[in-house]
Unconditional design. Structure first.
Length: 205
């Protein structure tokens, strides 16, 4: 199934000049990771406190795009500029999970009727990342299988928030939207776990 993650290499190519500028300014990958987490927390709190003002949902698509850029940049800097560290790997994985939770859980206040499925969607988001890291622990290779990885979740939430801010009546469809997304997350977990359990010799061409 197509995934937003498939566009990652092109997106990173566009970010190359910005990465070089940040390196020149002595910005570190860990600094970008922490900025993504703190920014996510700020946006999540804003959405939670102003949930009755639907226009605040417009923060989500804007921030999710910025966060995606920050996530791409920290990885690029770590790999291409020899700035990878064990601490950075920990911050990256934990930061992604926490960022998802602080951004997605406040949506329960905006759409109380979808509370259960949004909770499920948020918790399954954390589980999909755990399954990806588990594959790395077992096979030495992080799994990013879809169909509902981090980028796909961000795209869905950003689009749903944008539409809801402009047409609040669409919030009535959120139980179905996030319910379907949760099922796709379960599928994603299965795909990642299957990848983790494939014997190494079966992966050889």
């Amino acid at each position: 199934m197509p995934s937003v993650y498939d566009l990652k290499s092109r997106f990173q190519g566009l970010l190359g000049p910005l990465m070089r500028l940040l390196v020149a300014l002595r910005v570190t990958p860990n600094g970008l990771t922490l900025a993504a987490l703190l920014g996510s927390a700020a946006v999540g709190v804003a959405v939670l406190l102003a949930y009755e003002e639907r226009r605040w949902l417009l923060l989500l698509p804007v921030w999710l795009f910025i966060r995606m850029a920050l996530n791409a940049l920290d990885g690029m800097m770590a790999r291409e500029c020899a700035m990878a560290t064990p601490l950075g790997a920990v911050l990256n994985e934990v930061g992604d999970v926490l960022s998802d939770l602080v951004l997605y859980l406040p949506l329960c206040a905006a759409a109380p009727r979808a509370l259960i499925v949004i909770l499920a969607f948020s918790l399954l988001a954390a589980l999909t990342e755990f399954c990806g890291v588990l594959a790395q622990a077992l096979r030495g290779m992080r799994r990013y299988d879809g169909p509902k990885g981090k980028s796909d979740r961000a795209f869905l939430v950003g689009l749903a928030a944008l539409v809801a801010a402009l047409a609040p009546s669409t919030l009535a469809y959120w139980p179905w939207i996030f319910g379907a997304a949760s099922l796709l997350e379960v599928w994603t977990c299965g795909n990642r776990l299957r990848g983790a359990l494939i014997p190494l010799e079966e992966k050889m061409p």
